[in-house]
Design a protein around this ligand. Structure first.
Ligand SMILES: [Mn+2]
Length: 289
């Protein structure tokens, strides 16, 4: 699999053509075929990039500009539509290549199951990995209607792989009783809130390699209606930006990140993908060292 090629024409604002000179590599994972409710997130990465043209390059929060850094946008990976198992293998192989090249994998989903092969590869490289998961949903099911490859299962799989005490979940407000019980017993589990508990745990993660996965549905549907399984009672985009800035100012060693579950068809105002494109700017400027 070629790593220095672009898989689609459409790229994030100001992305570089120079793979070798880029620390972060953005790649889309256009997969949405294991979702429990409404599909459409496979169109998220492309539309996030299209609306990024409306962003300022400069972040007044961080006093940094996209013009001052190099990042490569590979476009969307070519995934075999409908074949979840093989799609996850393609993603894993691609991300392994990025990690072997010393890159910071920056993934755009797609449904949340796409994070699972990425976490496997990042953990293989960094055995001391911690996972920060910001989402409305616990994603702690073992299976959904008998199917272990479901977007409701990636964090349960991660817990079995890396140990639940290396996982930190924030903003969770939806799941089964069993998921909430499992989370409270096995994970560093902070339901409903994001910024305040996150600030408290950042010092204990100082120096550790960290992978960050953000499901856009942690936001209240009034901020981000364009997602397959919207959940009332979420945080504002202002709080999520503040959470990213708190992580940017921390001593954590971020080694990869993703934003998933943007489904543009459910948001005619386009706010969801516009919010996501701004979150990406702040993550590129704040988390990629
Ligand atoms: Mn979710």
């Amino acid at each position: 699999m070629r790593l220095d090629q672009k898989y689609s024409g459409n790229v994030y604002i100001l992305s570089s053509d120079d793979y070798a000179a880029s620390k972060a590599v953005i790649y889309g994972m256009p997969m949405d075929y294991t979702v429990s409710f409404r599909p459409g997130s496979r169109f998220g990465p492309a539309r996030i990039r299209e609306v990024s043209i409306g962003l300022e390059e400069y972040s007044p929060y961080l006093d940094k500009s996209l013009e001052d850094i190099n990042y490569f946008d590979a476009g969307d990976l070519l995934l075999p539509f409908g074949n979840a198992g093989r799609s996850l293998e393609v993603i894993g192989e691609y991300v392994k290549g990025l990690l072997d090249d010393g890159k910071f994998p920056f993934g755009l989903g797609g449904e949340h199951l796409v994070s699972w092969p990425v976490i496997q590869q990042v953990y293989a490289k960094y055995p001391d990995l911690a996972l920060i998961h910001i989402d409305a949903h616990a994603d702690l099911r073992e299976q959904y209607e008998g199917e272990p490859l479901s977007h409701s299962t990636p964090v349960r799989k991660a817990a079995a792989l890396m140990g639940g005490k290396n996982i930190y979940q924030f903003g969770i407000r939806s799941g089964s009783r069993e998921e909430f019980q499992f989370g409270r017993e096995n994970i560093n589990f902070y339901p409903f809130e994001v910024l305040e508990p996150l600030k408290k745990v950042l010092p204990e993660l100082a120096g550790r390699p960290v992978y960050l996965t953000i499901d856009i549905d942690v936001l209240d549907p009034s901020c981000a209606p364009g997602t397959g399984t919207a959940e009332a009672g979420g945080i504002t985009s202002k709080e999520l930006l503040a959470a990213i800035h708190a992580m940017a100012q921390s001593e954590l060693n971020f080694v990869g990140a993703d934003i998933v579950e943007v489904a543009p068809a459910y948001d005619p105002t386009e706010q969801t993908q516009i919010v996501a494109s701004k979150l990406i700017r702040e993550m590129l400027l704040g988390l990629v060292k």
